[in-house]
Design a protein around this ligand. Structure first.
Ligand code: FAD
Length: 417
C-alpha cells in the first residue's frame, strides 16, 4: 500500500531527531512532526541543560556524523568526563571522606582509551542533530504542526492535523516527550510515581580547571551534580525539595550565587553563575507497553526518569539504535515495518533494560536523598566498599559508559551509510 512516508515521527526533540537520522541514514522515507518551529527549538533560550553522553552513545553520535558537527574547527562542544567522584555530605560542610572514585584509566582497555562519556549542552546537540537531518533528502520536517487524530487501517496509519491535512506511513513513532499526546491517543497507560524533588539547572564559570572530573555530591534533599563542560565551565544540576527549589529560583543573582557556592565549596576557586536558571519538576514514569497498532514509543514518551545518573537521553539513544536495527532487518526480510511481530522485537530488546535502569535510579535516589543516620552511615560505608573493590567499580564504570548488554550496530559505532 502506498504511503506518504515509511516512518512518521511525532516529536522532533533530541530522541525524535536521532530516530529520524538513524532511520533516514538507513534509507527509509521519514517525516518528522513537531508542534514547535525548528527556529524556536534552536533558540539559545530553549533548553539550558547539558547531557552526559555515555561512551557508547557518543560512538553512535560519531557513526551518525553528529559528533563531527559538534566540533567546529579547533572548537569542540563535547567536554570529556575522565573521572567521576561520588560523595555524601551536607550543604556548607566538607563531604564525608568515604567516597567512590571512578577513573576512565581503570577501564581504558575495555573502553578503547575513551573517557567515561562527554558533557554536551543540549542546545549544541540539537543544532548538530538538526544540521545532520538537513543533509538527508529523505527526511522531511513538518513543523509547526499539531496532530489532532490518528487512525490505523490496513497497512497504514494516518495522522490528521488541526488544519485538516493528513499524512500516512507504515509506522508511527511517538517521540513527543513525557506528556506524549500520541501515547494518550493510543490509550497506552503509564506507571508513574513522584519523587518530591525539583532540579535547578544552570551553568557556572569557575577559576580553576576541572580536569574533566564530574562530581556527584549527595545532599539530604537530593544530588548536587557539578558536570564538566568545555573550558572552565560546569553544568549544575541541583536537586531540591520543591519548596526550597522554588525559593532558590526566586533569589536575586547574588543570593543565588551564595547558595550555590555553599554547596559547591571552593575546590575550583571562585564560582560564578553565567546562564539563566531553569527548574524541572522530577518524577518517574514508564509506559505500560512500548508498542501499539503500527506504533512504537521511544525516549521520554516511553520512560522518563530522575536525572540522578544522567541516563534519560542515553536510554532514548539506545531505543533509537535498536529500533533502526530492527527496521533494517524487517526490510531485509521483506516484512511490513508496522508488523506486530517486528514491533514486539523492539519491546523485548528495550523494555527490560529501561525498566531495570528506572528502578535502579529510583532506589539510589531514595537511598541517598535523606538524612536518616543509620541509612547515611550504611550508604557511606557502601561507597567506600565499592571503591575498594576494583571489579565492582569496573562493572559500574562499564554500565555508566553504556558498554553492557546487547548493543545494536550504531552503539558499536557501525554506520548505515
Ligand atoms: C535536569 C535534567 C537533567 C538531565 N540530564 C541528563 C543527562 O545528563 N544525560 C541524559 O542522558 N539525560 C538527561 N536528562 C534526560 C533527558 O533530558 C531526556 O530524557 C531527553 O531530553 C528526552 O528527549 P525526548 O526527545 O524523548 O523528549 P523531549 O525532549 O521532551 O522532546 C519532545 C519533543 O516533542 C515535541 N512535542 C511535544 N508534544 C508534541 C505533539 N503533541 N505533537 C508534536 N510534537 C510534540 C516537543 O516540542 C519536543 O520537541 C536530564 C533531564 C533533566 C530534567
Amino acid at each position: 500500500m502506498k504511503t506518504d512516508f515509511d516512518i512518521l515521527i511525532v516529536g522532533g526533540g533530541l530522541v525524535g531527531l536521532t530516530v529520524a537520522l538513524a532511520c533516514g541514514q538507513a534509507g527509509f522515507r521519514i517525516g518528522v512532526v513537531d508542534i514547535e518551529k525548528p527556529s524556536e527549538q534552536l533558540a539559545e533560550s530553549h533548553d539550558g541543560r547539558a547531557s552526559a553522553i555515555a561512551t557508547a552513545s557518543f560512538r553512535m553520535m560519531r557513526a551518525l556524523g553528529v559528533a563531527d558537527a559538534l566540533v567546529e574547527g579547533d572548537d569542540t562542544h563535547a567536554g570529556p568526563i575522565n573521572k567521576i567522584l561520588v560523595s555524601d555530605g551536607q550543604a556548607g560542610a566538607a563531604p564525608s571522606p568515604l567516597t567512590l572514585f571512578f577513573d576512565s584509566a581503570q577501564i581504558a582497555e575495555a573502553n578503547d582509551g575513551e573517557p567515561l562519556g562527554y558533557m554536551v549542552e543540549n542546545r549544541r546537540m540539537r543544532h548538530a542533530l538538526h544540521g545532520q537531518t538537513k543533509k538527508q533528502d529523505n527526511i522531511t520536517w513538518i513543523a509547526p504542526a499539531r496532530v489532532s487524530d490518528i487512525e490505523t487501517s490496513g497497512a497504514k496509519t494516518t495522522i490528521t492535523f488541526e488544519d485538516g491535512k493528513s499524512l500516512s506511513a507504515s509506522l508511527l513513532v511517538a517521540a513527543d516527550g513525557r506528556n506524549s499526546f500520541v501515547r494518550r491517543k493510543a490509550g497506552i497507560g503509564v506507571t508513574s510515581w513522584p519523587c518530591h524533588q525539583k532540579a535547578i539547572v544552570t551553568t557556572v564559570e569557575h577559576e580553576l580547571p576541572h580536569e574533566g572530573i564530574a562530581h556527584e555530591l549527595f545532599l539530604p534533599a537530593g544530588p548536587f551534580a557539578i558536570l564538566p563542560l568545555t573550558g572552565n565551565r560546569a553544568s549544575i544540576v541541583w536537586t531540591e525539595r520543591p519548596r526550597a527549589a522554588d525559593a532558590a529560583m526566586a533569589l536575586d543573582t547574588e543570593k543565588f550565587a551564595a547558595e550555590l557556592a555553599r554547596r559547591f565549596g571552593d575546590f575550583l576557586g571562585w564560582v560564578k553563575p553565567v546562564a539563566p536558571r531553569w527548574c524541572y519538576p522530577l518524577s518517574f514514569q514508564h509506559a505500560n507497553t512500548y508498542v501499539g497498532e503500527r506504533l512504537v514509543l521511544v525516549g521520554d514518551a516511553a520512560h522518563a526518569i530522575h536525572p540522578i545518573a544522567g541516563q534519560g537521553f542515553n536510554m532514548g539513544l539506545r531505543d533509537a539504535a535498536a529500533l533502526a536495527e530492527i527496521l533494517v532487518q524487517a526490510r531485509a526480510e521483506g516484512r511490513d515495518l508496522g508488523d506486530a511481530f517486528v514491533l514486539a522485537q523492539f519491546e523485548s530488546w528495550r523494555k527490560f533494560d529501561n525498566t531495570a535502569l528506572t528502578l535502579a535510579c529510583d532506589m539510589f535516589n531514595r537511598l541517598f536523598s535523606n538524612n536518616i543516620a543509620p541509612i547515611k552511615h550504611a550508604r557511606r560505608m557502601g561507597l567506600d566498599i565499592v571503591d575498594k573493590l576494583p571489579p565492582v567499580r569496573a562493572f559500574f564504570m562499564k554500565e555508566a559508559s553504556g558498554q553492557i548488554g546487547d548493543l545494536p550496530p550504531l552503539l558499536r559505532g557501525e554506520a548505515y551509510i
